[in-house]
Design a protein around this ligand. Structure first.
Ligand SMILES: [Mg+2]
Length: 266
């Protein structure tokens, strides 16, 4: 694996740029799948003190292959993995967890999974017996679902929404056919706010762009002063971005990201 480095950190950080990865920066159907002009623009941002990062539902390990697939010439300054774990580059392709935040998140997640286990069992039984979807349980991430189609996932979400209200602090994050249960205080939005806080940056100087349902949490005025989605975003995401007074791009994926830069920063 090629060793990538981040750009040297600016002395004073003046803003934070947050990008969803799949469908926003990276689009396997586009050619090139990630427009190299994006990285040229990032270099300009970096020179004047903007830091940038990938804010994804992927795990940290899955994101490492994403950097290769997207042909990143250098690493981002931060990574939010599984919508809630914050990492910074630690050299030699290693990523260092922001321990204070990640540990608190882990502890809160353990608690909420324990408190909600009856309900999670009900959902598991439903998924395994009434649908073709798969129930996925992994270390640190014990309650996930992979649907066969987005229509099927919509049905599963309706089932969950009908009952989840009675379970304090339990939430879920959905992206196309994937869903994972999580603590409702941890998502792309709160993770981004924590990154901005650590950089000493106000939300007015935060830019966020994403295309999927799990991006809605960061595409909110309470976390980002500049909000956008690429032209290929889900209709629900586009409607949300408009409602927040954000910018809906004409162009898809990374070309849309570049379009959003021009809209907000020209
Ligand atoms: Mg996406």
């Amino acid at each position: 694996m090629k060793i990538l480095q981040p750009l040297p950190m600016p002395e004073k950080k003046i803003g934070v740029l947050s990008f969803d990865f799949d469908g926003t920066l990276d689009c396997p159907k586009s050619d090139p799948r990630l427009d190299p002009e994006f990285f040229e623009i990032i270099k300009d941002f970096r020179e004047v003190g903007w830091v940038w990062g990938v804010n994804t539902g992927r795990s940290q390990m899955q994101m490492l292959s994403g950097f290769m697939e997207g042909k990143f010439p250098f690493l981002p300054d931060f990574m939010v993995a599984r919508e809630r774990e914050i990492y910074t580059p630690g050299g030699m392709n290693r990523w260092l967890p922001v321990l204070e935040w990640n540990k608190r998140s882990e502890k809160d997640h353990k608690k909420v999974y324990k408190r909600s286990r009856k309900f999670l069992k009900v959902v598991q039984d439903y998924v395994e017996n009434e649908t073709d979807a798969e129930w996925v349980s992994e270390v640190g991430d014990p309650a996930g679902i992979i649907g066969k189609s987005e229509e099927e996932m919509a049905g599963i979400v309706a089932f969950i929404d009908g009952q989840i209200g009675g379970y304090r602090d339990l939430g879920y994050l959905r992206n196309t056919i994937y869903l994972r249960f999580s603590h409702k205080d941890y998502h792309k939005g709160t993770s981004l706010a924590e990154v901005a806080r650590r950089c000493g940056v106000e939300k007015e100087q935060v830019f966020a762009i994403g295309d999927g349902h799990n991006d809605i949490d960061m595409l909110r005025r309470e976390y980002a002063g500049m909000i956008a989605c690429p032209g290929n975003a889900d209709d629900e995401v586009k409607a949300h971005v408009r409602e927040q007074g954000g910018y809906v791009c004409e162009q898809r994926a990374s070309k849309g990201v570049i379009e959003a830069f021009h809209h907000f920063f020209d």
